[in-house]
Design a protein around this ligand. Structure first.
Ligand code: BDR
Ligand code: CA
Length: 311
């Protein structure tokens, strides 16, 4: 199995990504680390534990990370995700423990302890924990198998500003450090996630499980969809973060280009923009595989089939 660390800020779509990973024997989850993003850290770490418990996976190690970006104040997105971050399904307060170690130290210690090139880091929120780990212990960069991130946008523009996608906007410095660290990077940007829409029949398929997981997932998607339905019409809202996990399981669902990706950190106007050299007009290093296309039906078939195996 591929060893992974999931760094996440649940978030309804983060919740689906975590569930997909939990349902996939091809992946070995070494730990799940909480980022501050959609909602503050005290909620995201709790949400991760709620989601693990929903799936009956109290064995998963959960770590709390940084409570604010590497620079500046935290920007949250309650207007998208609700006050809890995972509005749409009510889950009981978690009873499984939060690990004592800080997420940054967990990332560093794991990367040093595991064999070089064997651990994949999945980021589903602002990249603060990874950026901080790479700053504190730059020697982990060459030990990372790959970084697979939901973030950014190119032809699709941004969703928090005209230029920037939320995860990168919240902590552009961390994203810049992570994408430039030298490890292989795969980016699932808005160009992909805006093609993965939660249509009514797709949501109904989760409800039809008749399981606690199916009900929670349908509830989340019905809630989450509300926000973007204005933009996407009757086709439903975009589903972002599970694309990271789906890419690990079935890379053939995705197509993109290996190209240079830089993150804007200075300009007020375009802060957090992912400047991807899609057309190869510079000779800057091709540091990331930037995805542009997805087989949305194939994605939902995978997601539905896997989540149906949970309780
Ligand atoms: C990203 O921002 C969050 O709102 C979602 O969970 C996703 O990670 C999309 O821009
Ligand atoms: Ca997220």
């Amino acid at each position: 199995a591929e060893k992974i660390i999931i760094d996440t800020d649940p978030g309804q779509d983060d919740a689906l990504a975590i569930l997909l990973a939990l349902a996939s024997p091809e992946l070995e989850i070494l730990g799940i680390t909480a980022a501050a993003g959609n909602v503050p850290l005290t909620l995201t770490e709790k949400n991760i534990r709620k989601i693990c418990e929903l799936a009956g996976r109290t064995d998963i190690k959960v770590f709390a990370g940084c409570d604010k970006p590497m620079e500046g104040a935290l920007v949250t997105a309650e207007y998208v995700h609700g006050w809890t971050g995972i509005d749409g399904a009510t889950l009981p307060d978690p009873t499984m423990p939060l690990q004592e170690k800080h997420a940054v130290d967990f990332i560093i210690d794991t990367m040093m302890a595991e064999a070089e090139g064997t651990v994949t880091i999945c980021t589903l929120g602002p990249l603060t924990n990874l950026g901080t780990a790479l700053t504190k212990a730059p020697e982990i960069a060459k030990r990372i198998r790959r970084i697979v991130s939901m973030g950014g946008g190119l032809f699709e523009g941004g969703n928090i500003t005209p230029a920037a996608e939320f995860n990168i906007y919240v902590d552009p410095k961390a994203a810049k450090i992570a994408f430039g660290c030298g490890a292989p990077v795969v980016i699932l940007p808005l160009d992909v996630t805006h093609k993965v829409l939660t249509t009514k029949p797709r949501v109904a398929a989760f409800r039809d499980f008749g399981t606690p997981v199916g009900d929670a997932v349908a509830g989340w998607l019905e809630y989450f969809e509300r926000f973007d339905v204005e933009k996407y019409g009757s086709e439903g809202g975009p589903l972002h973060d599970p694309n990271v996990i789906a890419y690990l399981l079935k890379p053939e669902l995705y197509a993109g280009r290996q190209c240079n990706v830089e993150v804007e950190t200075a300009s007020e106007l375009t802060k957090g923009m992912t400047v991807a050299d899609w057309w190869g007009v510079t000779d800057r290093p091709k540091n990331a595989l930037f995805m542009g296309k997805v087989d949305a039906d194939g994605f939902f078939a995978l997601l539905t089939e896997r989540l149906a195996t949970l309780r």
